[in-house]
Design a protein around this ligand. Structure first.
Ligand code: DQA
Length: 143
């Protein structure tokens, strides 16, 4: 099984960025964690981060016919991007949405997600563990 893991804007700033919300581990640590979680279930994974909406849309379109599942933390684009939601709907690859923080307990502008209606599942507020849960859900169907 081939999984595409997508991370949106500012997630490359983990470790520096608001550690009281996102923790003190950096983006490389997140990538290690994701690779380990994928290896644990025998899945292949490609990890991609971008600060640019169009680059994320291009990556989703390019996944068509090549990947069996997508794990996406669209970051701020969660709350603004119809384009990312449309791209996910277009390729129709099983998708799980992840947020490190619990967006429902934060500012009201973070409560709406354009991606949630397209995602099979959303994990939030679990930190790095959310990505592991998303991978296990896609590969094993584990809730
Ligand atoms: C985030 C939550 C978003 O509201 C925020 O814009 C992010 C990260 C999270 O992982 O908790 O950049 O997606």
């Amino acid at each position: 099984m081939k999984l595409l893991i997508l991370n949106g804007p500012n997630l490359n700033m983990l470790g520096i960025r608001e550690p009281e919300i996102y923790g003190s581990r950096n983006y490389a640590a997140l990538c290690d964690n994701i690779s380990t979680a994928a290896a644990e279930v025998g899945a292949e994974c490609e990890i991609f981060q971008s600060n640019h909406e169009g680059a994320l849309v291009d990556k989703i379109q390019g996944a068509y016919g090549r990947f069996d599942g997508i794990v996406i933390n669209p970051a701020a684009y969660t709350h603004t991007s119809v384009a990312i939601a449309d791209a996910l709907a277009a390729v129709a690859i099983p998708t799980v949405e992840v947020h490190l923080s619990d967006v429902m307990k934060r500012e009201s502008f973070r409560h709406h997600s354009f991606v949630s209606p397209i995602a099979r599942k959303t994990y939030m507020g679990l930190g790095f563990e959310g990505y592991r849960r998303a991978i296990r859900y896609l590969v094993l169907g584990e809730e």
